[in-house]
Design a binder for this molecule. Structure first.
Ligand code: ADP
Ligand code: MG
Ligand code: ZN
Length: 471
């Protein structure tokens, strides 16, 4: 049987703030366990939360970057449940009146509808060690935004590829907007994936299965494919899908049932009596909108229309904000967008992706690119040279001079060698005169290049050679 797949995403991202959401403890990854904690974030009786205004502003900015409406009054609620990583046995979250509502995100050619972004606090972390489990509450109370797509509205997300594209773009927007770092390996961005199938063409929604707390785009992609196949098989066999929460086992490449799904009612949400409603003014929204830095779509337009870059090159450069920022910094020194982009999409990215880091200063890189553009260094030697100086702090210009890789294009120098080669290879020259074969010409150019040890410009040598041979 043929089925339509419907995917809903709930995406959590830890906000970039100095302090936690409701206390002044540091929001910092990697501190020693239980050092960034206080009575408020571990929930000692009587401790009172104080809302971090900046966390609210970051949430609003996230919403504005995605075209959401901003509620002028937002409410914090308690979501009650017990788990060892949640010492106060409730999480401060938002249910009825989240900060952002009704957004969308373009995924390939679809505008995927999004219900909401709300602000809540993260829970602590369980650390498993052998047969023991420890709790680290440093993460407890860290501001977290949760975005929920509206899977029941069209157009639907329907495949693992679309879901990954959604997450990739979302992550990029959060990073560019400066609201979250979204480092996946640090768990700063996590997703719950909801999936249902229904017979092709049917209007009724199928039962959804939720997979919780997936980290890393590879697992998410694999988990979605697995779940679609699993449901298909059950439905094909005439079975029924259980509404449940499943856990993805990355190593085994399969999921298993965790628990039957709880409903919002199970959490006994109620407005947190310790926190006032948040009032957001038009002025706040206007100010925050103005403070948003340029976002990927806008930068993309500029790169393509103003800089004349291809869509591919643009996407490759913008995919990593650190690279994009570095590109702009180089451009400020040497306004040749295409020339610099060529080096970025090849040499620079290959090294960064290979794990070598951004091991070059903008001054050195620009000097080298310019030297190649001005034909002072052959492209090939420049590439080798770049590999050599990557990760060092030499001065490119003096190093290149010291190594003698700068081209010497003074005509005397090249003419001398040209004459020498023509004399030595006189039989080849005769052959060329008879056969007029481009290959033979290229062979002669190669000989000259060899003699100059790559310091001349092949194109110019060819021109001069043609001149000499009277063509
Ligand atoms: P819950 O309370 O179970 O978490 P929500 O209503 O919050 O459910 O929805 C969670 C996510 O699942 C949302 O993105 C929502 O759009 C999506 N969703 C709801 N119904 C379905 C369905 N039948 N198939 C796929 N996704 C769904
Ligand atoms: Mg949910
Ligand atoms: Zn605290």
């Amino acid at each position: 049987m043929q089925y339509d797949v419907i995917i809903g995403l709930e995406v959590h991202a830890e906000l970039k703030t100095k302090s936690k959401c409701f206390c002044s403890c540091k929001n910092e990854y990697g501190s020693s366990p239980n050092t960034n904690c206080c009575p408020v974030c571990v929930g000692l009786p009587g401790a009172l939360p104080v809302l971090n205004k900046f966390a609210v502003e970051q949430t609003i900015k996230a919403g504005l970057a995605l075209g959401f409406e901003i509620n002028r009054t937002a409410i914090f609620e308690r979501k009650n449940y017990f788990y060892p990583d949640l010492s106060k046995a409730y999480q401060i979250s938002q249910l009825e009146k989240p900060i952002c509502i009704n957004g969308h995100l373009r995924v390939f050619d679809k505008d995927i509808p999004i219900n909401r972004i709300h602000l809540e606090e993260d829970a602590g972390k369980l650390v498993h060690s052998g047969s023991e489990t420890f709790v680290d509450y440093n993460r407890g109370g860290v501001p977290l935004i949760e975005l929920v797509t509206d899977a029941l509205k069209e157009p639907h997300m329907e495949s693992a590829d679309e879901a990954i594209e959604f997450l990739t773009k979302l992550r990029q927007i959060y990073i560019y907007a400066g609201v979250a770092d979204c480092e996946l390996e640090k768990g700063q961005m996590r997703a719950d994936v909801n999936i249902s199938l229904r017979p092709k063409g049917s209007k009724e929604f199928g039962t959804k299965v939720e997979m919780k707390n997936l980290m890393g785009f590879k697992s998410i992609h694999a988990a979605i494919k697995y779940e679609i196949a699993r449901q298909k098989e059950i439905l094909d066999d005439g079975g029924k899908i259980e509404q449940e929460t499943r856990k993805w086992d990355f190593d085994k490449g399969e999921s298993f049932a965790m628990r039957s799904k709880e409903n919002a009612e199970d959490y006994r949400y109620f407005p947190d009596p310790d926190l006032l409603a948040v009032e957001i003014s038009d002025e706040d929204v206007a100010r925050l909108k103005k403070s948003l830095p340029p976002l990927p779509d806008e930068i993309k337009k500029k790169y393509m229309s103003e800089y004349g870059l291809s869509e591919y090159d643009t996407d490759v450069i913008l995919a990593d904000k650190e690279i994009a920022d570095f590109y702009e910094a180089c451009l400020a020194l040497y306004p040749q967008p295409k020339s610099i982009a060529n080096w970025f999409t090849t040499e620079v990215l290959a090294r960064v992706k290979g794990g070598a880091g951004l091991g070059i200063s903008k001054e050195n890189l620009v000097w080298l690119i310019k030297a190649v553009d001005e034909k002072k260094i052959q492209r090939l030697s420049a590439k080798e040279f770049l590999a050599d100086i990557w990760g060092t702090d030499v001065n490119a210009e003096s190093e290149a001079k010291a190594r003698g890789i700068m081209a010497d294009l003074s005509s005397d120098f090249v003419f001398e060698i040209l004459d020498k080669v023509l004399k030595e290879k006189s039989s080849v020259v005769e052959q060329f005169k008879r056969e007029k074969d481009e290959k033979i010409l290229n062979f002669l150019v190669g000989q000259v290049m060899k003699e100059t040890r790559g310091k001349a410009n092949a194109q110019e040598v060819k021109e001069k050679l043609k001149e000499k041979l009277g063509i």
